[in-house]
Ligand binder design. Structure first.
Ligand SMILES: Nc1ncnc2c1ncn2[C@@H]1O[C@H](COP(=O)(O)OP(=O)(O)OP(=O)(O)O)[C@@H](O)[C@H]1O
Ligand SMILES: [Mg+2]
Length: 1024
């Protein structure tokens, strides 16, 4: 392999070779530019900008840029020359800095790499900051806004000030997005030709603009044209592991329930434990009987076996983590009996026996489907007087009965329904809380699934054993565990808007990146972002000396050697940079150095500015700096006087990182720009990487060589084996990230639809047409739901249809009118139209209803302030979208979670997830539209307008309208200037009926038994 590399130039080399003529050309042009005046040079910017602004077509524009490229790069280079020759001083982060940079040839190549939408891999200190100015200047000429993305606020501010000198000299504007800026300032920054900022700031602005802003003026970004990502590996790979999330307090909080039910559940769990202990001892007795010690044959062994199996199964669903059970199941014979019994129970379609077995217990837990239910016995235990308090009423039947009942007044019927629903919801909450508590007690063990630290429940990642602070189980489970442990029960938060880093950066028309280390992750960059990697040679040859890795048996020995090496090199006066993979190791090392009396600094990537200042001094004589891998990235370590003669900076790695990239990054911190320098990594067999992924061959080899305590092993072969281990982990992590992304892609499509919808409303001049379209769609949907093309009119559910219409729109539609319009229907709807598939009768009913609504709306308009009404309409739509979309995010979270748990089965969880996500998204869209319809007549720009309108709805409909609208003031009384959003939310609050009561209420879990009493799960029944 290496041999081939040596004789055949790689693709990268061929590519570079092709670029040298371009470099010559740029340099020639630049020589010619030297005679121009400053103004003449600047004029080029203006001319190009004017020319490019004429070009609308994107390919055309890209072609023009390529044409301009050599001259534009030359202009930038020439501007650098002018600043250098004049010894220009620039204030960067409040310190004066002399500009003394003119791009080297390799930097021109790097600039080309970025412009062509690739990652330029250039070693540390090669001046990537300057490289970026070339493509940024060129692309900013389009006026469409170029974004430069950094890893932290400090670097964004530093580089916008530092490189800003060039842009300003050439007549372009530069902005920088910082954490605490208000929207007005942010918008100004985005309106600049070039905008600097961190990935999080850019991403959050996108989420706020598209998921939360209520009007154009609140949006700050202006599109996603071209982004250059600095330290691209860190942002697009490391940070991309966690999505950006904006969250707010959850509407699904019933936290107090958990504390309230805890004592009861505790005694329930204890009673069940006693019960299970009895079953276990019975099982043990039977097992003895089955295997008599005297060698005789047992009587009726089959019945015995069955009985044992059932007893074990009962314990499995009653107390899944029972130690006694685990012990018995260690005997494969017992496991077999239990599994056989379980299989038998499931064979029966009606599951009568299974049900009976469960009824032997107080509650039953199903680990796989993650359900916990109280049994009859359990209900009697918790509520001896009223066991029914824990049974969900049959909601659908109850609602149906009210619909079909004798009550003529729609409003009274609605009130009755609301009451039934409320009862249902209260009970559902109670049952849900108890079920989560049961799971918390039965399935979650302290120090296994979670730990308690500083009075918080922290989840333990079951794959890596790592703690995951900040993460919470969803759907109340976390609160249940908090209640169980007696720590403070935290409020549940809810995601308001979220996007992964991957999907944010995929929004850009063109993306590029730069880093010292991209090559090892090239395939991931390509797979996910379609980013190629161009490796750029260094300006000066690199003379760094990399020692072979030193391998030890134990961590203790390793750290002793690290300490000795620090002492020894420190004594020579050479500066040392020690890299660690965690804050914890940094601190441990710091303590060791303190004991030895060695003065040093520790950097944890927390205080970016301060740490940047410390790291600039890390190359001074005698400096010792300990840093985690992210600390001080992007800051140059210049050697102090006399340090080069001593051998330059010495870099030490105290462990191999999971990714080779991070190690390369650390190594690259020394020997920049042709400086001398050296690096040395230390490893022990106790390191995580070696324990989990190191091959047995390493261990065997070490044993063969009879490695003793304190002895060191080094060999080039070992370096390779360790790299192999790292490659395995990289692959593994890549797979995980890819998988996460596949799940997120589902969400991403939904987000695009919703954000598109929102933007259409925000940017539309007049949303009334859209509003009426939506109304029509919902009407068609409802008509199709309550009527049937094939059946007789007499079988149509005209009464619920009329009820629905009258509860939503003030048109006082009598049931008879529906039939009358149906009778008149002769025309078939146009194929492909919204009405396609309806019969002429249904079509006529739709038109009749929609026309009446339109007329009523026209009447409403006549009482309104036209401008204010426009705003109200916008808010009516947006608030429905936002409220339900947030609900939906919550539901998607729970879905994702429950699918994860279902992943054991043979089915591919991703496929299941997609199918269910699709279904609930469909529902979401319908619910949004229904809610919009519901609110259009309930919002007004002022109290007066609303009252006048109510007074003027036609006589015969007045009663209906008033009753359906509650007759209460649903508009705020602030006069015409009332904030429309208040109006809408009050109106919504005044409305009792909801689009879909079961869904929007405080949750029937998708896996809970369906409230209609069918015995099926909710999601397979009414929750479909
Ligand atoms: N063409 C040049 N001529 C002279 N000095 C230069 C030139 N380009 C860059 N430098 C200097 O090189 C140093 C490193 O630059 P910079 O921080 O941009 O490197 P980098 O490649 O971004 O490194 P890192 O990987 O650490 O972010 C700076 O001090 C800068 O002034
Ligand atoms: Mg940099």
């Amino acid at each position: 392999m290496n041999f081939l590399k040596w004789i055949i130039p790689s693709r990268n080399e061929r590519e570079l070779k092709k670029l040298w003529p371009l470099v010559r050309r740029i340099n020639e042009i630049e020589a010619g530019l030297q005679k121009l005046s400053d103004d003449e040079l600047r004029q080029k910017t203006a001319d190009w900008k004017a020319r490019l602004s004429q070009i609308q077509d994107k390919t055309e524009s890209a072609r023009a840029l390529n044409e301009i490229l050599p001259e534009a790069f030359a202009v930038v280079k020439n501007a650098c020359r002018r600043l250098t020759e004049r010894k220009t001083e620039i204030i960067v982060r409040e310190h004066p800095l002399l500009w003394e940079m003119i791009p080297f040839d390799v930097q021109l190549i790097g600039g080309y790499g970025l412009h062509s939408g690739r990652i330029a891999e250039m070693a540390t200190g090669e001046g990537k900051t300057l490289v970026a100015t070339l493509p940024i200047y060129l692309n900013a000429l389009t006026g469409r806004g170029v974004h430069l993305v950094t890893v932290n606020d400090y670097l964004a501010a530093r580089d916008s000030e530092w490189m800003g000198a060039i842009y300003k000299f050439l007549g372009l504007t530069v902005g920088c997005i910082l954490h605490d800026q208000p929207p007005r300032v942010r918008r100004e920054q985005y309106n600049c030709d070039i905008t600097f900022g961190t990935n999080a700031e850019f991403g959050f602005d996108y989420l706020r603009d598209n998921g939360m802003a209520a009007r154009k003026e609140e949006q700050v970004q202006r599109g996603h044209y071209f982004a250059i990502v600095d330290e691209v590996d860190s942002i697009l790979i490391d940070e991309a592991r966690t999505p950006l999330i904006i969250s707010g307090p959850s509407v699904h909080t019933y936290d107090e329930q958990f504390g309230q039910w805890k004592p009861l559940v505790e005694s329930l769990v204890r009673a069940q434990e006693r019960l299970c202990a009895r079953f276990l001892s019975e099982a043990e007795a039977l097992i003895k009987k089955l295997n008599p010690t005297d060698g005789s044959n047992p009587q009726n062994p089959e019945a015995l076996e069955h009985e044992i199996g059932l007893l074990l199964f009962r314990v499995k669903i009653g107390q899944p983590k029972s130690e006694g059970l685990m012990k018995l199941l260690e005997d494969p014979e017992n496991l077999k009996l239990m599994n056989r019994a379980e299989l038998d129970l499931h064979k029966d379609q009606k599951k009568v026996d299974l049900y009976r077995e469960k009824e032997e217990l107080l509650f039953a837990i199903d680990e796989k489907s993650f359900e916990a239910d109280l049994t009859e016995k359990g209900r009697n235990f918790v509520s001896p007087k009223d066991p029914e308090a824990f049974v969900l009423p049959e909601l659908t039947t109850a609602l149906h009965e009210i619909d079909a009942g004798p009550e003529p007044d729609a409003r009274k019927r609605m009130e009755a329904k609301t009451k039934v629903q409320q009862d249902f919801e209260t009970k559902a909450q109670k049952i849900h809380a108890i079920s989560q508590l049961l799971k918390a007690y039965s399935l979650y063990q302290l120090d296994v699934e979670y730990v308690i630290q500083e009075n918080k429940v922290i989840i333990v990642d079951q794959h890596t054993g790592r703690l995951m602070p900040g993460r919470r189980w969803s759907d109340g489970l976390h609160q249940a565990v908090e209640a169980k442990e007696g720590v403070e029960i935290e409020h549940e938060t809810q995601t308001l808007a979220t996007i992964t880093i991957q999907n944010y950066f995929r929004l850009y028309e063109k993306l590029a990146g730069m880093t010292g280390t991209a090559e090892t992750e090239a395939s991931e960059f390509f797979d996910i972002y379609k980013l190629g990697v161009l490796v750029i040679p260094t300006n000066e040859p690199c003379v760094r000396k990399d020692a072979n890795d030193a391998v030890y048996k134990t961590r203790r020995e390793k750290f002793n050697t690290v300490l000795n090496e620090i002492k020894q090199i420190h004594a020579q006066g050479r500066p040392i940079l020690v890299g660690t993979i965690s804050v914890e190791v940094s601190e441990q090392l710091s303590r060791m150095l303190k004991r030895e009396g060695i003065i040093h600094s520790v950097l944890n990537a927390k205080y970016h500015q301060q740490e940047a200042e410390i790291i600039t001094r890390a190359g001074q004589r005698g400096a010792v700096t300990i840093a985690t891998n992210m600390a001080g990235r992007g800051t140059d370590i210049k050697l102090g006087p006399g340090v080069a003669e001593l051998g330059g900076l010495h870099v030490m790695g105290t462990e191999r990182h999971e990714a080779r990239r991070i190690d390369r990054q650390l190594r690259g911190r020394c020997a920049r720009q042709g400086d001398p320098g050296s690096s040395h990594f230390f490893i022990s067999l106790e390191d995580d990487l070696m324990r989990l992924f190191g091959s047995d061959r390493i261990v065997k080899m070490m044993e063969r060589m009879g490695l003793e305590e304190g002895q060191e092993l080094t060999h080039p072969w070992l370096n390779r084996s360790i790299q192999q281990a790292q490659k395995r982990v990289e692959q593994h992590n890549f797979q995980i990230r890819k998988r996460t992304l596949e799940f997120d892609d589902v969400m991403n499509k939904q987000r695009e639809v919703i954000y598109g919808f929102r933007n259409e409303i925000i940017h539309g001049e007049d949303v009334r047409d859209r509003l009426m379209d939506i109304m029509e769609e919902v009407v068609v949907d409802k008509v199709a739901q309550f009527t049937n093309a094939e059946s007789e009119f007499s079988e149509w559910k005209t009464r619920p249809l009329a009820d629905w219409v009258n509860l939503n729109f003030p048109i006082g539609l009598p049931e008879a009118e529906i039939l009358k319009s149906a009778d008149s229907g002769k025309e078939h709807p146009v194929p492909g139209s919204l009405f396609d598939g309806l019969s002429p009768a249904q079509f006529a009913v739709c038109n009749f209803i929609s026309d009446s609504v339109r007329k009523a709306y026209d009447l409403k308009i006549s009482f309104e302030n036209p401008d204010a009404l426009k705003e109200v309409e916008r808010f009516t739509i947006l608030s429905a979208i936002d409220r339900l979309w947030q609900e939906h995010l919550y539901e998607m979270d729970s879905l994702r979670y429950s699918i994860g748990l279902r992943g054991y089965g043979q089915r591919d969880p991703l496929i299941e997830y997609k199918a269910e996500a699709f279904k609930i998204f469909d529902e979401l869209m319908i619910n949004v539209k229904t809610e919009i319809c519901h609110n259009i007549f309930r919002s007004a720009s002022s109290m007066l307008a609303f009252e006048n309108f109510l007074k003027n709805v036609p006589q015969q409909t007045l009663h209906q309208a008033a009753s359906a609208f509650g007759g209460t003031s649903t508009a705020s009384s602030g006069g015409a200037q009332a904030r429309p959003s208040d109006v809408v939310s009050e109106a919504a609050a005044a409305v009792a009926e909801k689009a879909k009561p079961v869904r929007t209420g405080p949750k029937v879990g998708r896996n809970d038994p369906c409230p209609c009493g069918s015995g099926k799960k909710y999601k397979h029944c009414c929750g479909r």
